[in-house]
Design a protein around this ligand. Structure first.
Ligand code: ADP
Ligand code: MG
Length: 649
């Protein structure tokens, strides 16, 4: 299921020499079992986990998941891979302190679009041996129990792989054991990869132990059962050195001779023990089971590794989106404190009630009138509508929500319902074959904080992206009450290979370049390593490619490409920024989100990131403004070109 091939990671710190944290690492993992990654501090264990988890990119080499190479992954594939395929367990627990254990799990269930009733929560608690702990607050749990709540949360997405980096690092050995026991149980059906420096635990719990030193594998061993060699029905010999005799066995003359033969010629003193307690101890230490078989380790080889073959074309990642129901709850709880949040609450409730059929939860409530009045009162002049459809995956008891394209008649219905408003069609980027991520246009793939990534649940940033595109006519911004800060309206459309289409970006997108500089896309810069590595390789290139952006005007004329990294740069569609428009994004309000989120966040801390996430998904700030006719051109080119594939409405 999982394979790493030639994996190499070179860190190039700003100061000091570069570090080869991983050096050509090759591992083929079986689909289940408990794999320990051992090694001294600095040997590359965490780096390996981060790369496998898609939290960081490798300098060279690849990760193959169910036959599909990470090289063929887009950024959003990586996001879904992280969000649905892999469960992470960190040393810090990542649980919400204000909520009970049950509520913590319930929220995590809802975030995955699953039903969060008592039965569902109970089922998860049972899996981590915490039945009956649902009503407790995290503060009333031991470290080991908290860690198991964290495991429970990781389990909710029903990941196929669970990864833990020193999961018991903060625990004493006894509580550590409980965590390992729980993980061991889970490893019967999942691949569990654990980074640890504790050899004793690794050998006790691990089905496989891979040891690292200086970024390389120095040993890779696998547990196997050395079966005792039976001399007769009651006597067996393990590994030629331990004799196992069943209780109450009666020795025949030939057996007596065999026993004497075994005992004679021993290299050191021997102990023949009838003492039950000593024998139990010995059994445990030498890992001999009741049938006289002994667990030992042997080198991992292709012969003793059970690998399934996967058809890469069958590999599907579930795109996870925050269910609105949850956003609504969060929004409602903050309603009293911050009036501005009313906007989002109202917006989300309109979407949730209107399109999710949740109206019965608020029987007598005239949602349209209330929404409309609230919007008026709060001076809100626009709202977003999306159509979202839930698909139930019976096998995994999982509902995944996907936003579906509104049909023209959906659109007409809305326009009729709200005649006072002007409606814009915003097209999602996801049905074009290029992904809307601005990889090449700045040096770092992962911006710190969630200000630009708008993904508070991933815990980690991902690249800035456009959520969609809107066609604008000349003068179209005035009609919407927006002002152009620099440049003008877009007009050129060219969707052929390598063609350049003119766009206007929002001030929000502009500030991204102000913060991170504009980097001219260059062939090969994004290959295998991130652009930073390429710059290090040739400083002259880096100065040439990088431009500081200090005013809106500086961005005019700049070309960006959106990240389909498998298409050569020359053939990729390009966008020339011809204008910057103020869509009234309140940057001040969110500016603290430019810092990384703390790992121990509480609910209130999450409100602002959630608000930004929702807004980012449904506002003009994240739209690319294209000339009218752009979509028609895309549609016409669809089918003729390998990288334009516009779905029909
Ligand atoms: P381990 O988890 O085994 O302790 P790591 O994978 O964290 O080891 O680190 C491997 C090597 O890479 C170490 O020498 C470490 O200093 C270096 N390293 C890790 N992360 C970075 C980074 N972001 N920048 C520079 N060097 C790093
Ligand atoms: Mg580490």
């Amino acid at each position: 299921m999982l394979e790493v091939k030639g994996l190499t990671k070179v860190y190039r710190p700003k100061k000091g020499p570069s570090v080869r944290a991983l050096d050509n690492v090759n591992i083929k993992f079986e689909d289940t079992g408990m794999v320990f990654v051992l090694g001294k501090s600095g040997s590359g264990k965490s780096t390996l986990l981060n790369l496998i988890g898609g939290l960081d990119s490798s300098t060279s080499g690849e990760i193959i998941i169910k036959g599909k190479s990470s090289k063929a992954f887009s950024q959003s594939d990586f996001d879904s891979y992280r969000n649905t395929f892999i469960g992470f367990i960190f040393q810090e627990y990542n649980i919400l302190q204000e909520f009970t254990v049950g509520k913590n799990i319930g929220l995590a269930l809802e975030l995955q679009g699953k039903r969060a009733d008592a039965a569902a929560v109970g089922k998860i608690l049972e899996q981590v041996d915490l039945t009956g702990y649902g009503a407790r607050k995290p503060a009333e749990l031991s470290g080991g129990q908290k860690q198991r709540v964290a495991i429970a949360r990781a389990l909710i997405k029903d990941p196929e792989i669970i990864m833990a980096d020193e999961p018991t690092g903060a625990l004493d050995s006894n509580t550590g054991k409980q965590v390992f026991e729980t993980l061991k149980k889970l490893s019967k059906t999942k691949l569990v990869i654990i980074v640890s420096h504790d050899r004793e635990y690794a050998e006790y719990y691990g089905d496989r132990v891979i040891e690292f030193a200086d970024g390389r594998i120095i040993s890779d061993i696998k547990k196997y059962k050395a079966e005792g060699k039976a001399i007769s029905a009651g006597i067996s010999v393990i590994d030629g050195s331990i004799m196992h005799v069943k209780a109450g066995h009666e020795f025949s003359p030939s057996e007596k001779a065999a026993v004497i033969g075994f005992l004679e010629g021993a290299p050191s003193d021997m102990i023949l023990s009838k003492d039950e307690r000593s024998n139990t101890e010995f059994r445990k230490m030498a890992r001999i089971d009741a049938d006289g078989n002994k667990e030992s380790f042997e080198d991992t080889t292709p012969q003793n590794t059970k690998l399934k073959t996967y058809d890469p074309s069958k590999f599907k990642l579930i795109r996870s989106r925050l269910p609105f129901r949850h956003s609504f709850k969060m929004g409602a709880s903050s309603l009293k404190t911050k009036p501005v949040r009313l906007f989002f609450t109202v917006l989300l409730s309109a979407i949730a009630f209107g399109l999710f059929g949740l109206a019965d939860t608020m029987g007598a409530y005239d949602k349209y009138t209330v929404t409309y009045n609230s919007m008026q009162e709060s001076n809100i002049n626009y709202a977003a509508f999306v159509k979202s459809v839930g698909y139930k995956d019976e096998e995994r008891d999982y509902v995944s929500w996907t936003n579906e394209r509104m049909s023209d008649s959906d659109f007409d219905k809305l326009a009729q319902k709200f005649p006072e408003y002007t409606f814009d069609k915003a097209y999602s980027m996801t049905d074009t074959d290029f992904m809307p991520y601005l990889y090449e246009s700045y040096g770092k793939k992962f911006a710190p904080g969630v200000y630009y990534t708008r993904n508070p649940y991933g815990y980690f940033g991902s690249a800035l992206d456009f959520e969609g595109y809107v066609e604008v006519e000349n003068d179209g911004f005035n009609a919407r009450g927006y002002t152009l800060l620099a440049g003008g309206y877009p007009s050129a459309v060219d969707v052929s290979a390598g063609g350049i289409t003119e766009i206007v970006v929002s001030k929000y997108i502009y500030t991204f370049f102000e913060d991170f500089d504009y980097t001219d896309p260059a062939e090969g810069a994004e290959d295998a390593e991130d652009a930073e590595d390429a710059e290090d390789a040739d400083p002259a290139v880096s100065t040439l490619r990088k431009t500081e952006i200090n005013a809106e005007q500086d961005l005019i004329g700049k070309i960006i490409t959106l990240g389909d990294r498998s298409t050569p740069l020359a053939e990729r569609q390009k966008f020339k920024i011809v204008g910057v428009v103020d869509t009234k994004f309140d940057g001040e309000r969110y500016k603290e989100l430019k810092q990384p989120l703390e790992s121990d966040v509480n609910v209130m801390d999450m409100l602002l990131p959630m608000e930004l996430a929702n807004m980012g998904s449904y506002c003009y700030h994240t739209m690319m403004f294209v000339p009218s006719g752009y979509r028609a051109a895309l549609k016409e080119a669809s089918g003729q070109s390998a990288f334009v594939n516009v779905r029909d409405q």
